[in-house]
Design a binder for this molecule. Structure first.
Ligand code: PSU
Ligand code: MN
Length: 319
C-alpha cells in the first residue's frame, strides 16, 4: 500500500517538476533524432552574452544536422527538457542560478529555484525523457589530487549508472586525466575517441598523453557502439570523446600554462566542492584574455555537429 501511494504520488506530481518541450516530445514520438544539451555551461561555464549566443548557435547546428535540440535546465523548481528562447535567455541572464548535479536536484526542486544542469543532472533528465544522445563541451572528472581530496565529479558515477551516450571533447587538463580514465573503467563506461586514432583528447588539445580503449571512425560506428550498449541493457553510459579541430587547438600551450596557474590559485584560495570547476574555467578565461573561451565555443560547435550526426545515425538504426 505504501509503495502504491508513493508511486501514485510520484506519478501525480511528476508534471509539476518535469516538463518536456512539445517540440522534443513530438520528435521523440515520431522516432526522430533528438540531442540533449546541458546548461551549466550557460549558467557557470561562460560569461553573458557569449553563453547565450553559444547556446543558440549550438541549437541551430543541431537543427541544421536534422536533429531536435533539447537543452535541459531547471526553471523555478521544474526540470525542463527543451527550452523556449525566453527560457534560454532567462537562464543565461539569471545571476543566482545554481549549478545543479544529481545531489542538488531534490533541494532545487523543493525550493522552486532555477539552475543550470551539469552533465550528471542532464543525463538524468535526458534518460527520463527518452533521449539517448547528449552533447556537451567537457565532462567533469577526477580533480588533480582527487585521490586525496576525493573530489571526483559525479559525472563519472552518473556515466556508470545511466544509459546515455555523452559526446564531449574529452576531459580538461584542469583534471587528472589518467585517473579519470581509470575511474571510468571501474564504472564500466565504454570510452571511445571519435576519429582515426585512440588518442584521448584534453578539451583544448587533441592530445592528452592518454589513450581511449577504443575509437570510432564515423557517426555510423559510434551509433553501432551506442546501440550495442543499449541492446545489452547495460544501464550505464558511453563516452564519445571528440578531439578539438586542429585549427582551434593552436592556443593550446598558452592555455595549458593558464590552467596550471588557475589550479594553483584555486587551491591557495581554498576553493572547494562544486565551486572548483567554475572558478578554474573563469580564471583560465581571464588569464588567456578570452582565447580559452573562443576555443571552448569552437569545440562545442564541433561536438554539436558530430553528436547530431551520431544521433541521426542512431535513430535510423533503431527505427
Ligand atoms: N568542464 C568544462 N566545462 C564545464 C564543465 C566541466 O570544461 O562547463 C561543467 C559541466 O557541466 C560538468 C560540470 O558536468 O562542470 C562538472 O562539475 P564538477 O567538476 O563540480 O563535477
Ligand atoms: Mn567536485
Amino acid at each position: 500500500f505504501l509503495v502504491y501511494c508513493e508511486n501514485s504520488l510520484l506519478y501525480l506530481h511528476s508534471e509539476l517538476f518535469f516538463r518536456v518541450h512539445p517540440s522534443v516530445s513530438q520528435a521523440l514520438g515520431e522516432n526522430k533524432p533528438v540531442v540533449a544539451l546541458e546548461s551549466t555551461i550557460i549558467t557557470h561555464g561562460m560569461p553573458y552574452p557569449h553563453n547565450l549566443s553559444t547556446a543558440k548557435e549550438v541549437e541551430a547546428i543541431v537543427q541544421s544536422e536534422g536533429a531536435t535540440p533539447a537543452t535541459v535546465g531547471v526553471i523555478q523548481g521544474k526540470i525542463h527538457v527543451g527550452l523556449s528562447p525566453d527560457e534560454l535567455e532567462h537562464l543565461a541572464q539569471c545571476r543566482n542560478a545554481l549549478k545543479v548535479s544529481r545531489r542538488d536536484l531534490p533541494y532545487i526542486i523543493s525550493k522552486g529555484l532555477s539552475g543550470g544542469t551539469t552533465v550528471s543532472a542532464t543525463m538524468i533528465a535526458a534518460h527520463r525523457a527518452g533521449i539517448p544522445v547528449f552533447v556537451t563541451g567537457g565532462i567533469g572528472g577526477v580533480h588533480r589530487d582527487g585521490h586525496n581530496s576525493l573530489d571526483i565529479s559525479t559525472d563519472l558515477t552518473e556515466l556508470g549508472r545511466t544509459p546515455i551516450a555523452v559526446v564531449s571533447a574529452g576531459v580538461k587538463s584542469i583534471l587528472d586525466i589518467g585517473r579519470t580514465l581509470e575511474f571510468l573503467e571501474t564504472q564500466g563506461v565504454c570510452v571511445a575517441t571519435y576519429g582515426m586514432t585512440k588518442t584521448f583528447p584534453a578539451f583544448f588539445s587533441p592530445l592528452s598523453g592518454f589513450s581511449s580503449p577504443y575509437h570510432v571512425c564515423n557517426p555510423s560506428e559510434a551509433a553501432d557502439l551506442i546501440a550495442s550498449s543499449l541492446s545489452l541493457g547495460l544501464q550505464n553510459g558511453v563516452l564519445i570523446a571528440v578531439p578539438i579541430p586542429d585549427e582551434h587547438a593552436a592556443a593550446g600551450q598558452h592555455i595549458e600554462e593558464a590552467i596550471q596557474a588557475a589550479v594553483t590559485e584555486a587551491s591557495s584560495k581554498c576553493v572547494t566542492g562544486k565551486d572548483v570547476t567554475p572558478f578554474i574555467l573563469q580564471k583560465v578565461n581571464e588569464l588567456t584574455q578570452g582565447k580559452s573561451l573562443q576555443a571552448n565555443m569552437a569545440l562545442i560547435r564541433n561536438n554539436a555537429k558530430v553528436g547530431s550526426q551520431i544521433a541521426c545515425a542512431l535513430s535510423k538504426k533503431t527505427a
